[in-house]
Design a protein around this ligand. Structure first.
Ligand code: ADE
Length: 248
């Protein structure tokens, strides 16, 4: 997968790209990331990226030209054999569709993504109307720029790219993957400050362990995010369990 990120602050990405799963994925050539400074695509001598809003009002608006030119320059560099797949051009904005594990899966199937980090008070509407193919918000709050949102999106997406995580099986247990929060996890020591690991996990009985984990995931989801249970894929017995837990 190749990811192009358009930003006014390319340096803020260096940290996350040089550690953890990003470093591994990049070293193993499973993922490549190119950072593009929007300012480099300006044509005027002051390298102006923003301007006052027509109609007045506080704050500056990102100009359309450098953003269009950056995206067009990236697209012109894509060779024909790479260009077959879908190429989402995503604006990070609090007005976008809400990011979720489902959206992360959807994007992880693309071989190329272009992310545009907005800034200041907004982005010229023509970018939304005539350039981007998708707008994503990471939650109902306003960040000072799209960069932290882009980091959230690429982190959640890259870990789903086949081969990036050591064990693909662990993905299936992640919170939100099956519509439930993840079950509690324990490691050594078996007793810490008098707090013991649940007996069933030491039993070696894999069927019992799987059942316990599923029930814990359901219980935890019911306690913390009950609205998720409406959409979770539960069997009949599990639905009965939810009813019992609700009334206990
Ligand atoms: N830019 C500013 N706030 C944002 C948000 N909540 N999600 C995505 N991009 C943003």
């Amino acid at each position: 997968m190749h990811i192009d990120i358009l930003t006014l602050f390319p340096q803020v990405f260096q940290g996350i790209l040089s550690a953890g799963i990003f470093k591994r994925a990049i070293d193993q050539k499973l993922v490549s990331v190119s950072l593009h400074n929007i300012r480099d695509y300006t044509q005027d001598k002051h390298h102006t990226v923003d301007d006052y809003a027509y109609g007045g009002g506080a704050g500056m608006v990102l100009k359309p030209e450098p953003i269009f030119e950056a995206v067009e320059s990236i697209k012109s560099g894509i060779s024909l054999n790479q260009g077959g797949g879908m190429l989402p051009i995503i604006l990070l904005t609090p007005q976008g569709r809400l990011f979720s594990q489902g959206v992360a899966y959807e994007l992880s199937r693309c071989s190329h993504l272009i992310l545009i980090c907005g800034h200041y008070e907004g982005v010229d509407e023509r970018v939304r109307e005539h350039l981007v193919t998708d707008e994503i918000s990471i939650g109902d709050y306003v960040l000072s720029g799209g960069e932290p949102a882009a980091m959230v999106v690429i982190d959640a997406v890259v870990r789903l790219v086949p081969g990036v995580l050591g064990s693909e099986a662990s993905l299936l247990d992640d919170s939100h993957v099956a519509g439930l929060l993840e079950y509690p996890q324990y490691t050594r020591p078996v007793e810490y400050r008098g707090w013991s690991v649940p007996e069933v996990l030491l039993s070696g009985n894999h069927a019992q362990i799987a059942k316990w984990r599923r029930e814990q995931a359901i219980q935890r989801t019911l306690n913390r995010r009950p609205e998720l249970l409406d959409k979770a894929n539960l069997g009949l017995e599990e639905k009965q369990l939810v009813d019992r837990l609700k009334h206990s």
